[in-house]
Design a protein around this ligand. Structure first.
Ligand code: P5A
Length: 440
């Protein structure tokens, strides 16, 4: 992509209402544009990152054998009345009437909708377990939307749902998502600690939040530091194997968000030198609520004895739009964002400092085309701005590698490669580099 043709409205000044670094940088780097409180438009750079995160989450759900579906954003109120949550959900739910006066709502989550799909389609234990997910926008009329996409009113969530015949197999499903989440967050370059958590309006009594350590997080977390050493899931994990051992290894070490924290247990279970109490960002949350929805909504199946029983369910959420902010919170410096390779909007930023020199332009074009052909996503800064403006813009948007085409490039036929994270630079020969890329 050429910058001259890219919609990248970067801001020089930090917007006054942005309190945390990710919100500031997302606005300054032209990733999002606020529509109203807690509601944002995603601009090209932001959208590219959002899609990359979405795709990693999707690939990991698919690898775990979860079926992708797409449920609507607008749901009928009837199913929420059936489950008994219509009144419980209170002011966070955006309620709408259609032209016939029917009560509708913009989904804050999809337990009811998916239970309705399931009960129409599945009647026998033979079709269990069943795992479904979708990636869809949600709306929660949060009392205090803040920190940009971190606590929005409209936000993108991956939500998955499991249906099992009994509690034992429901626990197996829970373990599968637990491990899948560890793997997903690892791929995103994050250390997300699974913590015992409260269930709030989703319900049930088995629940874990996945929390990344960050000073700007909204959750208070208490954990045994040794849990961080466990985080290394096998990339070729076999989901049909028994995963309980992995899950138990985490659960054996104390980790709880403030709503589940007990001072006594913490000090009893964790030796002083391993105790840690910090702030964190909740990027995922999983629940098991057995028959909380299936019973009132009559999502029943016939078991092997021909008896009608309600299915056991769980739900599993990842905050995809929140993750964009969370990744920036955990990877930035004073000059801007530093994208992890897995989610970077472009792999390379090519900066042409000699835009008025036709030979430089033609040489840069050749480098750009070579990178494109090799499938290396490149943002080519072909704009006629000062070197200072070009450098600070490229640092701000955080691409992991910069290629700087400067004064000497035309004469020496060399370019400078800068690593955004370390700031280290290396001078390399252009034609050697081009043939290397072409041969790869
Ligand atoms: C689990 C999936 C649920 O809604 N039902 C379906 C369950 N859980 S949750 O914890 O309430 O939300 C799941 C994840 O969504 C993100 N999230 C948000 N992101 C941005 N703005 C918000 N207002 C917001 N609320 C929740 C979080 O990452 C959360 O873990």
């Amino acid at each position: 992509m050429k910058l001259s043709n890219y919609f990248l409205p970067v801001l020089k000044e930090t917007p006054a209402d942005a309190e945390i670094v990710s919100h500031k940088y997302m606005l300054r780097a032209g990733m999002i544009s606020q529509s109203s409180s807690g509601i944002y438009s995603w601009l090209p750079l932001g959208l590219k990152v959002l899609k990359k995160i979405e795709n990693i989450v999707r690939e990991e759900q698919d690898a775990a054998g979860v079926n992708e579906i797409l449920m609507p954003t607008i749901q009928p109120a009837d199913i929420w009345k059936e489950s008994g949550r219509y009144d419980d959900y209170g002011k966070e739910m955006l309620r709408i009437n259609d032209r016939q006066g029917r009560e509708m709502l913009y989904g804050p989550t999809n337990e009811e909708q998916v239970t309705d799909i399931f009960r129409r389609a599945v009647k026998s234990y033979k079709e269990l377990p069943s795992h479904l997910y979708h990636i869809q926008w949600k709306f929660r009329d949060e009392l205090r939307p803040r920190f940009g996409v971190m606590r929005g009113r409209e936000f993108l969530m991956k939500d998955a749902y499991s249906f099992d015949l009994d509690m034992d197999s429901s626990r197996t499903s829970y373990n599968k998502f637990f491990v899948c989440y560890l793997k997903t967050f690892e791929r995103l370059g994050l250390k997300a600690i699974p913590m015992a958590a409260d269930t709030g309006p989703i319900g049930g009594d088995m629940s874990h939040e996945f929390v990344i350590i960050s000073e700007t997080g909204e959750s208070d977390i208490y954990y045994d530091k040794r849990i961080l050493e466990l985080m290394n899931v096998d990339k070729n994990l076999d989901y049909s194997s028994d995963l309980s051992e992995i899950v138990v290894s985490y659960q054996n070490l104390y980790a709880a968000a403030d709503d589940k924290y007990s001072k006594d247990e913490f000090s009893k279970e964790v030796p002083k030198e391993f105790q840690s109490n910090t702030k964190g960002i909740e990027v995922g949350h999983i629940f098991n609520f057995s028959s909380k929805y299936s019973e009132p909504m009559k999502a029943n199946v016939l078991n092997s004895n021909g008896k009608t029983v309600p299915v056991h369910m769980g739900s599993y959420g990842i905050g995809i739009s929140r993750l964009v902010g969370a990744i920036i919170e955990s990877s930035h410096d004073d000059n801007g964002i530093i994208w992890p390779d897995a989610v970077t909007p472009f792999a390379i930023g090519l900066i042409n400092l000699k835009i008025k020199d036709p030979e430089a332009v033609s040489m840069c074009e050749q480098i750009y085309q070579t990178l494109n052909k090799a499938g290396i996503e490149t943002l080519y800064d072909d704009k006629d701005d000062s070197p200072g403006a070009k450098f600070s813009r490229m640092d701000l948007i955080g691409l992991p590698k910069q290629i700087i085409f400067g004064k000497n490039s035309v004469i020496d036929k060399t370019i400078e490669i800068k690593d955004r994270k370390t700031g280290q630079t290396e001078i390399i020969n252009i034609s050697e580099t081009i043939s290397k890329i072409n041969n790869n």
